[in-house]
Write a protein that binds this ligand. Structure first.
Ligand code: SAM
Length: 194
């Protein structure tokens, strides 16, 4: 299993002089609370939506894009800045009810695919973090990534999961709108841990 390679995009590097809050999700997440985690939330619209939709849950986010961190921090939504893989590696097992990975960067070129956030390494961690019955929701408009993600989940969970006919409770995001404008198909994978 190979750890996804963290690539700091130009979009992120532009904000070098902004210091993100030094929050640590490990301090917020515990077995006593109902946690929802939005990984790679961009400007945070999806996280804000989830926060409204699930008032009984503690909605948290991870992002490498500083302006997004700033937006959610102002709203008192717990966030941690940095590489999502490095952050989730440190979280306690079986503490999270729902994990969303919506429109992760698709890294289309073959030579860049090792940067994809979802692979067997990260899915194993995600699966470990979920409570029994917990949901992992992955969405992309990139057909190659969609099939790769489906196969990773199938292989590691031994479940014959397939693309969902509905988008469940996830919000519609900016990157989804971009994909739809290009007439791309949207693929949703909903995995429930047994
Ligand atoms: C294509 S955008 C999608 C944003 C949002 N989920 C949406 O659907 O509108 C991908 C986001 O993932 C973030 N990202 C990429 N790699 C990351 C990593 N290793 N750790 C944390 N965030 C990451 C990027 O900064 C970017 O904001």
């Amino acid at each position: 299993m190979t750890r996804p390679i963290y690539y700091k995009s130009f979009r992120s590097r532009k904000f070098e002089d902004f210091s993100p809050p030094k929050n640590s999700l490990s301090e917020v997440i515990s077995k006593d609370s109902h946690i929802i985690l939005d990984i790679g939330f961009g400007t945070g619209d999806s996280t804000i939506f989830l926060n409204k939709m699930f008032p009984g849950h503690l909605v948290c986010g991870i992002e490498a894009y500083k302006p997004g961190i700033k937006i959610l921090d102002k709203r008192d939504i717990p966030v941690e800045y940095g590489d999502a893989v490095e952050i989730i590696e440190k979280l306690e097992a079986e503490t999270i009810s729902q994990i969303y990975l919506l429109f992760p960067d698709p890294w289309q070129k073959n030579k860049h695919r090792k940067r994809r956030l979802l692979n067997d390494y990260s899915f194993e961690i995600i699966n470990r973090l979920l409570i029994k019955g917990g949901l992992f929701h992955f969405t992309t408009d990139n057909i190659n990534y969609a099939f790769e993600a489906r196969d990773v989940i199938r292989k590691l969970s031994s479940k014959k999961i397939d693309f969902s006919k509905h988008r469940g409770s996830r919000p519609i995001t900016k990157y989804e709108m971009k994909g739809l404008k290009k007439r791309n198909f949207i693929f949703d994978l909903l995995y429930f841990k047994s």
